[in-house]
Design a protein around this ligand. Structure first.
Ligand code: GLA
Ligand code: GLA
Length: 692
């Protein structure tokens, strides 16, 4: 993480740290004066403002005993930090950070802007956001602020600046979380005016906007920028996509407002992040996260149990924002309070989930929250310590994770995920499909996971990245449902194929252009020439249709694209069986070699077995191999690579005990000893080092 180019700050920090270490006994590196956080961090969200200071030591002692080395604090404590305008009270936070440090615990400070104080919104009611129904939010919940309001930004910047000035050189502060889970937009008249200005900057002239949105349709032609409305669901597709892009840019500038003042007042050593929400698509995360030092997300299962594929893909998505290791800033200690049924994860599942996260590239796993607040909206949420201040049953499992992390941290230090296969993910495409599903059961994330799951089982490592990301390192790039394809994205994909890569497009790909308008060629639009074939017609399905071919006989559900192969060298991989007459006997999947590269189009949403066969074909033809070698079904392998070679994390998610034979002798980091095979019960974990 860390930032560069600010040597003077660093020097101040070193002096500060040197002074601090005389007073506080924390683990030191011999060559540097800063206290050093463990490489693999177990953390928790702690709210010292909710408790008397006389209680803090008992909580921090229990944390220390569990192996917790990080607390995130402050993200909702604005009324305590600034009880009236301009009166900043930060002494309590200083004392909390210092007391945590005495227990070997580092702090991440959350800026408190997701929860403005009552005096603020009373004094400046324009800082309250407005719903689509025209109603202003009120105090009493959180996220009631208007993300585009200049006054709110001014006040947010001031509190962030106060925090950064006070703690930006504190050696026990690892970094910053800006706000909390950006989500709530505002539809007030001022924000609408900003949107219209944004459109003017992007489109230049109304003629250009009218043409690109085809506003001749339904008399939507605009003759004044002020006529353009906000639409979020049923409007013109160009208008809908523009609003989302405006929202993304507005979150970016909302974040930058705080980021700039924290950067200017803090050590380069301190990272700046925010906590995202997995598949949440309220804004384009590639736009917003690019300015940060670190990506982090809040990983909640809610009802049911961990789905390693869907959750694993969300980890990979988060890692893909900055294409490096990330943090799990929040995760559930057993259960939540907001799902339909807030069942607990089973015994061992919380630990398996922590290792699942680390396997996917997390360097920190932090639990929300440490202890139940005595009142407030989340009284039922899972915790580590109860309202009475004593550990709940899960505490022992958290402690086990603490022990694990202490043992495995040194082995995993400096390691990252490296993959031969990438899945392309695009917010534009997900939104475009969500607005015009055409089949109400069509879930673009489920489509991504349908490809992800079998591909990951084979490759044992997968990246999830934006369609504009560099692709040359990958043997195989799969784009399920890349519905919107900009010219820049198309150019990136064409370059990849021409350089010898294998691109697989999934159903609904390349139908739309950058304005969410239809491409003027059939799907896959600008890739038709390379494919040597195209989509003749799409069909939304009520019942599944049969498919047969190289990948066996199976079914396609929800969606079927009738493909044609124009060029002689196009190979038909799978055909539709008898169904609606139009599809009967027609191509469902085609592929073509292009120089050293290859392009494949799959027009059907294949059942699991057929998709598994398709994944096997894709990986075989692209030369992708499993990182560790074959393992029993339900066992997940996560390789991480560093200076000393590979470290493999194994988790058993199958229902029964499994024995995994290893391709060579390996060090069993958690259990100890040199192994040729390991046996894992349900939710059992092994960390194996190939080289030590
Ligand atoms: C109605 C409208 C048309 C068109 C069709 C689509 O009939 O009059 O403009 O929207 O529905 O089915
Ligand atoms: C989110 C929030 C937390 C808390 C949890 C509860 O992740 O960031 O403040 O409300 O949900 O699950």
């Amino acid at each position: 993480m860390g930032r560069t180019g600010r040597k003077s700050w660093l020097w101040v920090a070193v002096c500060f740290a040197a002074a601090a270490t005389l007073l506080i006994p924390v683990k030191l590196q011999t060559e540097a004066a800063d206290p050093v956080a463990p490489p693999l961090l177990l953390g928790t969200a702690w709210y010292p403002e909710q408790w008397p200071e006389s209680r803090w030591d008992a909580d921090l002692t229990l944390m220390q005993q569990a192996g917790i080395h990080m607390v995130r604090v402050g993200e909702f404590a604005w009324s305590r930090m600034e009880p009236s305008e301009g009166q900043y009270h930060l002494g309590w936070l200083d004392r909390a950070i210092a007391m945590a440090a005495e227990h070997g615990i580092f702090t991440v400070i959350g800026t408190p802007t997701a929860a403005p104080p009552a005096w603020l919104t009373q004094k400046y009611p324009e800082t309250l956001r407005m719903g689509e129904d025209g109603r202003r939010a009120e105090h009493g919940n959180r996220q009631q602020f208007n993300f585009a309001n200049p006054k709110y930004r001014e006040l947010a910047r001031k509190i962030a600046e106060q925090l950064a000035k006070r703690f930006g050189h504190n050696p026990h502060v690892l970094g910053w979380q800006i706000d909390n889970e950006y989500a709530a937009e505002s539809y007030d008249p001022d924000t609408k005016a900003q949107f219209q200005q944004w459109l003017k900057a992007r489109y230049g002239t109304l003629d250009n906007l009218n043409a690109r949105w085809t506003t001749a349709y339904w008399s939507q032609t605009y003759s004044d920028w002020n006529q353009i409305p906000i639409e979020t669901h049923y409007g013109n597709p160009g208008l809908l996509l523009s609003w989302k892009r405006f929202v993304s840019d507005t979150w970016r500038s909302y974040q930058k407002n705080q980021l700039d003042v924290i950067r200017a007042n803090s050590d380069a050593r301190q990272f700046i992040t925010t906590n995202t929400m997995g598949w949440f698509d309220g804004y384009d995360h590639y736009t917003v996260i690019q300015d940060l030092d670190l990506a982090a997300w809040d990983d909640y299962v809610g009802e049911g149990h961990l789905d390693p594929a869907r959750n694993g893909a969300a980890h990979d998505l988060t890692r893909g924002f900055l294409r490096k290791n990330f943090w799990v800033m929040e995760t559930q200690p057993g259960f939540v309070n907001w799902a339909a049924v807030n069942n607990s994860l089973d015994k061992g599942e919380v630990r398996a989930m922590a290792w699942h996260a680390v396997g996917h590239g997390a360097d920190t796993v932090s639990y929300w929250q440490w202890r139940s607040a005595l009142n407030g909206q989340e009284e039922y949420h899972g915790v580590i310590v109860g309202a009475d201040g004593t550990p709940v049953p899960l505490y022992s499992e958290i402690k086990q994770i603490g022990n694990d992390f202490a043992k495995a941290g040194p082995v995993l230090e400096g390691t990252t995920v490296k993959s031969e296969v990438a899945i392309l993910h695009s917010y534009d495409s997900r939104w475009a499909i969500e607005w015009q599903k055409h089949n109400r059961q069509y879930d673009p994330v489920a489509e991504i996971v349908s490809y992800y799951k079998p591909l990951r089982a084979i490759s044992q490592s997968l990246d999830v990245i934006a369609p504009t990301a560099p692709l040359s390192q990958y043997k195989l790039v799969v784009a399920p449902g890349l519905n919107v394809l900009s010219d820049a994205e198309a150019a990136n994909l064409i370059k990849y194929i021409r350089q010898g890569g294998h691109l697989v497009l999934g159903q609904r790909s390349a139908m739309k252009n950058v304005d969410n308008g239809l491409q003027t060629e059939r799907q896959p639009g600008p890739l038709v020439d390379l494919l040597g074939g195209r989509v003749e017609q799409f069909y939304a399905l009520v019942d599944p249709v049969p498919v047969e071919g190289d990948w066996g006989s199976g079914q396609g559900k929800l969606w079927a694209e009738l493909l044609s192969a124009k060029d002689n060298d196009v190979k038909v991989l799978e055909k539709y069986g008898k169904s609606n007459g139009w599809l009967d006997g027609q191509p469902a999947a085609i592929t073509r070699k292009v120089g050293k590269g290859r392009i494949t189009y799959i027009g059907a949403w294949l059942d699991d077995a057929t998709m598994a066969a398709a994944a096997k074909w894709m990986t075989d033809v692209s030369g992708v191999k499993p990182a560790l070698g074959p393992v029993p079904e339900g066992v997940e392998v996560y390789p991480r690579y560093g200076r000393h070679g590979a470290v493999y994390i194994l988790v058993n998610f199958s229902k029964t005990e499994q024995t995994i034979s290893l391709p060579s002798q390996m060090q069993d980091v958690l259990a100890g000893g040199i192994k040729r095979s390991v046996t894992l019960p349900l939710y059992g974990v092994a960390v194996l080092s190939a080289s030590r």
